[in-house]
Design a protein around this ligand. Structure first.
Ligand code: GP9
Ligand code: MN
Length: 618
């Protein structure tokens, strides 16, 4: 005992570091897990990830060891608080690719500031307490340390950390093939390996991805991808070319979540105009958003390319130099003029760069509008639509116009300007504010659609309207379940709420009705390809008028096939109609393999700019 005490005092900095950081990372893991959580199973990988850093501190001089550990603790704490904030909005964790887009969060600061919680700063408490304690007790070494002892301590701890971690990484890679290389489900990695190991892996994959961009894709993989494109095409051609020569007006509505359609609050319709519009359109009421870290830009990327979002970060940044067989480019091949409209800063989400790659002739952004009325993040939808229709009237026909709204943006706090819409019991609540914002957006959409009709534009145009992503984040789940008259929402019920409405209005309303095919944003471009007989068919979604089965793949490898829902975060299958858990069988395992393959094809296409290569070989 006599010998142990001086040893503890000598290495108190390392002991404190390992203990405090392990506690932080495990508590953070608990916060990330909404369901079953096992502290014990997370302890092993977390401990291993922390002692690897502690091992390194043994090879440092005594003078800088404590400051080194303090800085490591500080960095880990910053990552934990940032990851928690990011998770609350994006249901994902930060990666290096996301950090590259980091400055984008500046523009949506109202979102970020409303997501950070005071309690998060408990993670930093030790960083405030330790320095004065160390100076007060004049932290000093009592036993001079032989270099050999420190070296063996370094070697021993490092080996222990690597061996334990190897076991944990290996068992996760067996449980979820390709997960560690593609990182298609980052949250699952954090839950099973801890956030430090996740960031080790993210750093390794970022370096490797940069390297792998330079290594060519194998011929067999290229062949596999091209074969997928062919087999993915529909065998029937219902409605093919039916709207050729008509304009396409596509409206992406900010945070329009499906649960508000045909629903009342305080005995008033939330979206009366969209409800009417749905009755005049082919209304897809089983349509899911499929965005990932790229938020709104992912929704645009999918609806205009039918390629999956980037596995990490935003495709709009990572692949803005790529060639794309985008919808605008397809329309240009048919002699259309192509335009994008969005009343916000042109550089946000790197739109001004990547829209050129998509083939838009012009992008009308904030600088092209008279900013005469601000709501939320910027130009009000009312002013945006009024000014946009004036621009559209001057366009060369036929045209493809893509409009993105803004006013109903999280956290829906510009309540004074959304107009007078009393939400009754939900007044002054987050959900109530959202209902006000989307009611405002609905009013402006109604005005815009009526003007299209009055100006004679509607009769010569197909109008596609859809929501970009959810409005109610998971940490407001309780409010949403109460609004829906439920005590709580199961995994399946929550999943079924992750829908956005999608409506296709045909000239003369020749086709209309409710279409419940299981579908998503990846299916818009293939569906337009068929209707307008567009030239490119290098897309991964399906034509909704020529598909019998529903099949939706999400970036984290979760999927819905109409009967089953695979929730990758929990590696669990559910029967959609009964809500019961289903054990994996050969059929479902095979489905999962196809899902991971398709995500990988899409990643390869982006990483290696394969569409350019395929085009050059034609
Ligand atoms: C800004 C708007 C916001 O241009 O599209 O995007 P989001 O924060 O929803 O991704
Ligand atoms: Mn958005």
């Amino acid at each position: 005992m006599k010998k142990i005490k001086p040893l503890i005092i000598t290495y108190i900095d390392i002991i404190l570091f390992v203990f405090l950081v392990c506690v932080k990372v495990i508590v953070y893991g608990r916060q990330m897990e909404s369901g079953y959580f096992s502290y014990i199973s997370l302890l092993s990988p977390v401990f291993a990830s922390v002692i690897i850093i502690a091992a390194l501190s043994f090879i440092l001089s005594d003078k800088i060891r404590a400051p080194f550990l303090y800085i490591c603790n500080l960095i880990i704490t910053i990552f934990i608080i940032s990851d928690l904030t990011y998770f609350r909005y994006f249901k994902d964790v930060i990666s290096i690719s996301v950090l590259i887009n980091g400055f984008q969060l500046g523009a949506v600061k109202s979102s970020v500031s409303s997501l950070i919680k005071l309690t998060d700063f408990f993670y930093a408490l030790d960083l405030i307490i330790i320095p004065p304690l160390f100076t007060k007790y004049k932290y000093r070494k009592t036993i001079p340390q032989k270099k050999s002892v420190k070296f063996f301590a370094f070697l021993g701890l490092l080996t222990m950390g690597i061996v334990i971690n190897f076991q944990n990484f290996y068992s996760l890679s067996k449980d979820q093939p390709k997960l560690l290389t593609t990182m298609y489900n980052k949250v699952y990695i954090v839950k099973n390996l801890g956030t430090i190991n996740y960031h080790y892996l993210d750093f390794y994959n970022f370096l490797y991805a940069d390297l792998s961009k330079k290594t060519p894709v194998s011929k067999s993989e290229e062949k596999e991808i091209q074969t997928f494109f062919q087999t993915n095409l529909s065998s029937t051609n219902n409605l093919k070319g039916m709207t050729k020569g008509k304009n396409l007006i596509m409206i992406q509505v900010e945070a329009l979540q499906e649960f508000v359609i045909n629903v009342k609050v305080n005995n008033k319709e939330i979206t009366p105009n969209l409800n009417k519009w749905a009755n005049r359109s082919e209304y897809f009421n089983n349509f899911y958003y499929q965005i990932s870290a790229g938020g709104t830009s992912d929704a645009e990327f999918m609806s205009n390319n039918s390629l999956y979002p980037a596995s990490s970060g935003a495709a709009y940044f990572l692949y803005c130099g790529n060639e794309f067989n985008s919808m605008p480019k397809s329309f240009k091949n048919l002699g259309y003029s192509t335009f994008a409209f969005h009343g916000f800063r042109e550089s946000f989400w790197n739109r001004n760069v990547i829209y050129k790659r998509f083939g838009f002739d012009n992008f009308y952004s904030e600088k092209d509008y008279n900013i005469d009325e601000n709501i939320g993040l910027g130009l009000s939808d009312k002013s945006f639509f009024n000014q946009s229709i004036d621009k559209m009237k001057k366009l060369n026909k036929p045209y493809y116009s893509f409009l993105i709204t803004l006013s109903s943006h999280f956290p829906y706090d510009d309540v004074e300007n959304y107009g007078d819409f009393n939400v009754g019991a939900y007044e002054d609540t987050f959900l109530g504010n959202y209902l006000k914002s989307i009611h405002y957006a609905d009013t402006q959409l109604g005005m815009f659609l009526s003007k299209l009709e009055e100006e004679g534009i509607l009769k010569d145009s197909v109008v596609v309207l859809y929501g970009d992503h959810y409005a109610i984040p998971k940490d407001h789940q309780q409010e949403l379940s109460k609004f829906l008259g439920k005590n709580y929402l199961s995994d399946i019920e929550w999943m079924k709420l992750q829908k956005v409405p999608m409506m296709i209005h045909f000239p003369g309303e020749s086709i209309k009705g409710v279409n419940s095919i299981c579908s998503g944003q990846m299916d818009i471009y293939p569906t337009m390809c068929n209707l307008f007989n567009l030239p490119y068919t290098t897309f991964m979604g399906k034509d909704l008028f020529n598909s019998s089965e529903g099949n939706i793949i999400f970036r984290n490898s979760s999927f819905i096939d109409g009967n089953y829902y695979y929730m990758s975060q929990k590696n669990t299958y559910y029967n959609i109609s009964t809500g019961e858990k289903v054990s994996e069988n050969a059929f479902l395992k095979n489905k999962k393999t196809h899902v991971v393959n398709q995500l990988q094809y899409s990643d390869e296409i982006l990483k290696h700019n394969l569409l350019k290569k395929f085009e050059s070989k034609k």
